[in-house]
Structures are given as C-alpha cells and as structure tokens.
Design a protein around this ligand. Structure first.
Ligand code: ARG
Length: 590
C-alpha cells in the first residue's frame, strides 16, 4: 500500500486529511461507487470516526457485493487505508464505525509547524472566491438600534471567518438612504436651515429627533405634506438642490454610524439603496420580459409559490421599493461584482422578504434551485435582544436603545471593575482605558455571538461582564494567565519555538493538542453553517482543556518545561486567532 505523506495543505486539518485517506480507501473497495464521499467526524471513542460503512452497505447490498455486512465494509476500509504518519491505529466499533486514533507524534509535529509558520497555515480553504456580506445596514436619519448592533457584530464575524478562509469579502453596508421619507426630511431641513450649506451636525443635533419632528409636521400639516411629496419627485428627478440636501442628511447620519463602527473596529463599505436606483428599471424590465411580473391592484408584482400576497416590485404610484432595490442589488452583486455567495444579516422579522425575493431570483434563473450550489444566497436571520422583562430591549423611556450609550456603559462598568481590583495603581491611564475598552466591547460582542443566533437573548451587563462562566471576561483572563505563565518562565519563547520539541505524553496534553488541531475544521463549520456560536463554543472548550492541562501538568520548572511552554504558547496563539475572528481585542495582562 502506498504511503500518503501528510499533505502540507492539511497539516492543521486532521478531518480533511483523514477524508483524503478514506477517499482513497473508498475508491479501492468500491470502485463502482465513485460518488460516495468520506464521512469523517470527531469520534466518541477514537479521535475521529469514519461513518461510511452503514450507508455504503445499503447502497451495495443488493448489487451482489462480496461484503457480508457493514462491519466487513468497515474492516475493508481499514485494510485499504493508505498508511500515513498521522494515524496511530484504527478499529471497528458497533455496526461498522471506523474509529481512528491519531498519532501523538504527528499531532505534536503539526503544532510545532504552526508555531514556526504561523496560524494562517491552518486556515481552511473554502471553494468560494468572492462573497458579499450585507450587514449592519441601518437607516439614514434613524438611530441604529440593537438589531443593527446584532447585524454588525454577527456580520463582522462571518466576514472575518470567510476572509480567514481565503474568500474575498465585499463588506457591504446597505444603508436605507432612499425612499419617500427623504421628501419630508429635506423640506424640513429647508425650513429650519434656509442656508443648507451652513448646516452642521451640531446644528441639527439629534438627527433622530429631527426625523420625528419632521414626521409630526408631515402628519399634521397638509401643506407641508404636499411640499414633501413634491420634494420626493424633485429628488428622484435629480434636482441638484434637493440632491445636495439629501447628501447632507446622509452625511450627518454616516458620521454618527461611523462612531459606532470605529469603536467596534468594524469595517464596512457603504453602498446604500440609492446606489442601485439607476439600475432598477432595467432589472424590472428583465423580470417582466421573462414573464414574472404581473399587474395587481395598480401595482406590478411577482407571485411566488407558497406565499399568499405577491412581492410588490413597482408600487401603484410607480415608485420602487425595498424589494425592487434588493432584487436589483442582487442582480448587481451577481453580474457586476461577480460574487458567488451573498449573505444578508437582518433580524428574523425580515425572513419572509428575503425568502420571497430569493425565490423570485430563482424563477428568473439567476440562481440554482437549491441553496447549496453556487451562486448561493443566504439570509442569516437572528432573534431579538430582550430586556429583563422578556420584551424587546428598550430603555426606561421606551425609546430604542442608543448604541453609543450601550458601548459607554460596557466600557465604564469594565473600567470600574478594573479599578476595584487596583489596576489604576498598577497601570498607566492609557492601559486602563484600552483594557476597559477591550473587555467591555469584547463582553458585549461575545454575549451576542455565543448564543445560537436564531434564538434571542436577554441583555444583561452583569452577566456579560462576569469573570466566571462562558463570558469574554473569563476568556480574556484565561488568555492573560497563559501569557503570564510564559512571561514568568523567563524563557525567550520565540527562541524556543525554533528548536523546541513538543511531546503530548500526558492525557491532558494530548486532549489539549487534539482540540487545538480542530481549530480549522471548526472555522470551516462556522462558515458553512453561518453560525459564529460554533467558534465561541470551541474557544470556551479550548480554555477548559487548557485549565485541565495546567492543573495536572506542572509547566515551569518541570522536566517537560520546554514542551509545555510551547503548548501554552500554541494555546495562546489559537485563542488570539479566535478572538480576532470574533472581533475581540485580546489583552496580555489583566
Ligand atoms: N435597512 C434595513 C433595516 O434597517 C436592513 C437592510 C438589510 N439589507 C438588505 N439588503 N435588505 O431594516
């Protein structure tokens, strides 16, 4: 049997590497079934298991096979498995599962390589070249609310994970910057500030308040309403004075949003609804020529199987809407931007809208019928953020929660906790401030990311800032503790990396090493399922495995000191990569 040398590409991805080995074996034992894919999973009894035997048996049993049952298929898979330095042993369990025990030597070598070549060598490779992540996407002149915060946090993490997996990501802020509300906003602006050039943010003050006042006037004053409606026509007709006023309002909002993005360190490129406006008519034309668009009650609509009401694409007044813009943006992303995977983040309340226009796009032949083949679209919906009362999270005044206030409070509270622990006397004011920010914002993000996004969660500063349990604070502490173990050793860790060897002899060392090696497959799973909580869980277990290791294996001053320090360093590196992918800034001392 040929020996397959561990493929460099997968040295940090045992699951992929095993899949390659079992693929060879499958092709050998059932050459007539070329489409059977290897099914490899982390194992209950071994490190991994191959689950092909039962399924394969049901495919071949009627075809006059030589095998007597699934266990025999499993045995044959083992027998034909190419020898590889990564596999220590294989055995059959139950009805034919193949348990695989990895070689500890190979595991140690993989970690040593990562320490030398960097953790980016462990990055998974997805089969997609370019993706759009449409996230955050607040509405101009309205406050960003907690729903937008969720969208921003989850979207940023997905974008980071895809980027790490070598996908080019277009991070799109699809802001609501077009629509009839601009008529009233512009008219109101003209009234309050006849000289629009001189308008500044401070003059307008609170743009949300400005929105409310103009809406009130719109509802109460028919003359104003009339003017506002004309303003929409002028704006959409391209009148430069109106366009200028519109641009001003957008700019003020943009500056407000930017403050939040800067604090959260989230990068986004704005391509708002207005951007797609010039293309809408053609797209609707294309859909009409394909026979998709019908007249209904004065509007132009697309009927979609499974939905009672149709998708309106041209309103009865001839104007375009959210759906026509989204269809056009999808067209643009597929055809102009050549994206293969388009991912949208909004709360689950908008699920129907997405499912409807996705179906319309399939009917138009823009997308394949199933949602696994590329080009592919996914709506990544998420649940509500709840307050203590189990209702939608609001402040006492029942207004929406201002994001900047939340960020301030997270930071203030984490700073107070640090001061209580006397850190203001140990650190410079800058250090204190930076750490408070890293911990506060990290806590906020992690609390959001760790729950399955489909469920809502209750917002609680006390819980997210707790230093025990599954919180960012606990994880940041765990990381800082590892850094301090390394510092206290007095060893130059960069030197050790070059020459030192790792041994995974103790059960706790081996378990920690194995978990580390499951990093790449975890990121891959989080990307393909679009579930960041998968990575959070991984990170939490990593720190648990580390704690078990540290409590049973002496590091500093032991005979295994070099190996164990390298394991500490490798753990810290994997943790930092997780933090990075989750948008959390690591701290080195706490
Ligand atoms: N502006 C919308 C809102 O605040 C979200 C936009 C999401 N993206 C999209 N392509 N529809 O609800």
């Amino acid at each position: 049997m040929a020996t397959i040398v561990a493929n460099k590409e997968f040295t940090g991805n045992p699951r992929r590497q095993l899949a390659k080995l079992f693929d060879v074996s499958l092709k050998l034992i059932v050459p007539d079934e070329p489409n059977v894919e290897p099914l490899i999973e982390p194992g209950k009894f071994g490190d991994y298991q191959c689950n092909n035997a039962m399924g394969l048996w049901s495919i071949i049993k009627g075809k006059g096979t030589q095998f007597k049952g699934p266990p025999a298929v499993g045995q044959a898979l083992i027998k034909s498995l190419p020898t590889s330095e990564m596999v220590e042993s294989c055995s059959i369990a139950g009805p034919g599962f193949v348990n695989v025990v990895l070689s500890a030597k190979w595991m140690a070598k993989s970690i040593e390589n990562m320490l030398i070549d960097g953790i980016d060598t462990w990055a998974p490779t997805l089969s997609v070249k370019r993706a759009v992540v449409d996230f955050s996407s607040p509405n101009i002149a309205k406050e960003m609310h907690v729903g937008h915060l969720r969208s921003t946090i989850i979207g940023d993490t997905l974008a980071r994970m895809l980027e790490y997996s070598k996908v080019e990501v277009l991070r799109r802020n699809h802001v609501g910057d077009w629509g009839t509300q601009f008529g009233m906003l512009i008219e109101f602006l003209f009234e309050k500030f006849p000289d629009t050039d001189s308008v500044t943010e401070t003059a307008i003050g609170d743009l949300q308040m400005f929105y409310k006042k103009s809406k009130l006037k719109f509802d109460l004053d028919p003359e104003f309403k009339e003017k506002a409606q004309q303003a929409v026509v002028r704006l959409q007709g391209g009148d430069p004075v109106y366009l200028k006023a519109w641009a001003k309002i957008c700019e003020i909002s943009r500056n407000e949003f930017a403050k939040v993005y800067q604090r959260l360190r989230v990068e986004l490129e704005e391509k708002g609804e207005s951007f797609y406006n010039p293309y809408i008519a053609n797209v609707i034309e294309e859909l009409s020529s394909k026979g998709l668009v019908e007249e209904s009650k004065g509007a132009r609509v697309i009927f979609i199987e499974g939905f009672k009401a149709p998708l309106i694409v041209v309103k009865s007044d001839g104007g375009f809407n959210y759906a026509s813009t989204d269809l056009t943006a999808l067209w643009y992303r597929l055809n102009e931007e050549k994206a293969e995977w388009i991912i949208y983040l909004t709360d689950l309340g908008q699920q129907q809208h997405f499912h409807m226009f996705f179906k319309a796009a399939r009917k138009a032949g823009w997308l394949p019928d199933d949602d696994k083949t590329y080009p592919r679209v996914n709506h990544v919906g998420f649940g509500l953020v709840l307050g203590d009362d189990n209702k939608r999270f609001r402040t006492r005044s029942t207004e929406v929660v201002r994001l900047v206030d939340l960020l301030d409070e997270a930071k203030d509270r984490s700073k107070a906790a640090l001061i209580e622990r006397g850190k203001d006397k140990e650190w410079t004011p800058e250090e204190l401030d930076q750490t408070a920010e890293a911990v506060g914002y990290g806590a906020l993000k992690y609390a959001d990311l760790k729950t399955n996004r489909l469920t809502g969660y209750t917002f609680s500063f006390d819980q997210m800032l707790n230093d025990k349990g599954d919180t960012a604070v606990y994880l940041l502490y765990a990381h800082a503790r590892i850094c301090s173990i390394i510092r206290k050793s007095g060893k130059d860790i960069d030197e050790l990396k070059k020459t030192g060897k790792i041994a995974l002899d103790h059960a706790a060392e081996r378990a920690l090493g194995l978990h580390m090696l499951q990093f790449a497959e975890t990121v891959e799973e989080a990307c393909t399922t679009l579930l960041p909580n998968v990575l959070c869980k991984y990170l939490y277990y990593l720190s648990e495995e580390f704690t078990k290791f540290y409590s049973s294996c002496q590091v500093n001053g032991s005979a295994e000191e070099t190996s164990r320090l390298l394991l500490c360093e490798a753990t810290a590196i994997v943790m930092r990569k997780c933090f990075y992918l989750l948008g959390i800034t690591p701290v080195y001392k706490l």
